[in-house]
Write a protein that binds this ligand. Structure first.
Ligand code: BG6
Length: 300
């Protein structure tokens, strides 16, 4: 529940605007409006929880059971997974970036009506075991949603090894009716089959059971064709060679306390990053940038 409007900053130019609110759990949130769309972004995790084009169903799925607590991840939207993906012995799943309150550095309403917001991951104790780095995340809201995660290795002599992943949850009409295109002939690790190595044979992947796959060495765009919502979602990327496809299906959905038992039916995660054997090893002083553009169009 939004509780109060705390601050509204005037637009500098263009017609996009940003309003500061108390979001759910009283966590600080930004509400962004542009001529084409609205979005909501929490400082907790620099987490985009909502992107909606005017007169369209929201692009991103959000669980009705999500927690909104400091120290716990939000379920839905776009968790920022960094500096590791999956489990790390004793350190939890998917890194610490998604449960930290990011610093808001700047927001820029551009003359064309779009709005960009730049966040920086603050220093935190969990980062003490790895070389010093600077992580920044820029979210640009327009007719599309553009995301840019940059990591700079600030060490003078050590390489920085990490995984990154923008773990987008998409809203779909019926997960069993969608087709996922763009991964044919790509090798993947099948987490549901004990990380067996397989090759995708289908140009139109269908979901009819639990799916948890890490597609490797793939730089191409992915599309979700959703006949129930009569739309196509396009996921374009740069600086990423892994794509993860995840739907928990019935049993896992029931096991997750922050996810509704039936919610698997109207979501699919297509996650963009560099994980597993595609992890990044960044030399001292260099910057690695992951860019993702999410857009949608009506099915013709
Ligand atoms: C996916 C993983 O990226 O995230 C799955 O491939 C995992 O194995 C899912 O279950 C959700 O993870 P979490 O930590 O947000 O529950």
């Amino acid at each position: 529940m939004k509780t109060s409007e705390t601050k509204s900053l005037p637009k500098k130019n263009g017609s996009g605007r940003v309003v500061f609110l108390d979001g759910q759990g009283e966590l600080p949130m930004l509400e962004v409006s542009t001529p084409w769309s609205t979005a909501e972004i929490y400082l907790h995790g620099a987490h985009v929880t909502r992107f909606r084009k005017i007169d369209e169903t929201p692009l991103l799925f959000m669980s009705q059971c999500s927690r909104f607590n400091e120290g716990q991840p939000i379920r839905g939207g776009i968790p920022v997974v960094f500096p590791w993906f999956g489990m790390r012995e004793g350190l939890g799943q998917h890194g610490f970036a998604r449960v930290k309150t990011w610093d808001l550095k700047e927001f820029v309403p551009a003359p064309d009506g779009s709005v960009s917001i730049r966040f920086r991951l603050p220093d935190c104790p969990e980062a003490s075991g790895i070389p010093p780095f600077l992580a920044e995340y820029v979210v640009t809201v327009s007719a599309a949603l553009e995301l840019k995660l940059s990591v700079t290795n600030e060490s003078k002599d050590e390489s920085l090894s990490f995984e990154n992943c923008l773990h987008s949850y998409f809203e779909v009409g019926d997960v069993t009716a969608i087709a996922i295109h763009g991964l044919k002939s790509v090798k993947y690790l099948d987490k549901v089959a004990n990380f067996a190595s397989k090759t995708e044979t289908s140009d139109a992947i269908r979901i009819a059971s639990e799916v948890d796959r890490i597609y490797l060495d793939t730089a191409g765009a992915v599309e979700i064709v959703d006949p129930r919502l009569s739309r196509k979602i396009r996921i374009e990327k740069h600086g990423s060679v892994s794509t993860v496809v995840w739907n928990p299906w019935i049993t896992r959905a029931q096991q997750m306390p922050d996810f509704g038992n039936d919610e698997y039916q109207r979501m699919i995660c297509i996650e963009t990053g560099n994980v597993a054997s595609n992890q990044i090893s960044l030399p001292p002083g260099e910057t690695s940038t992951l860019r993702v553009k999410l857009s949608s169009s009506p099915l013709s």
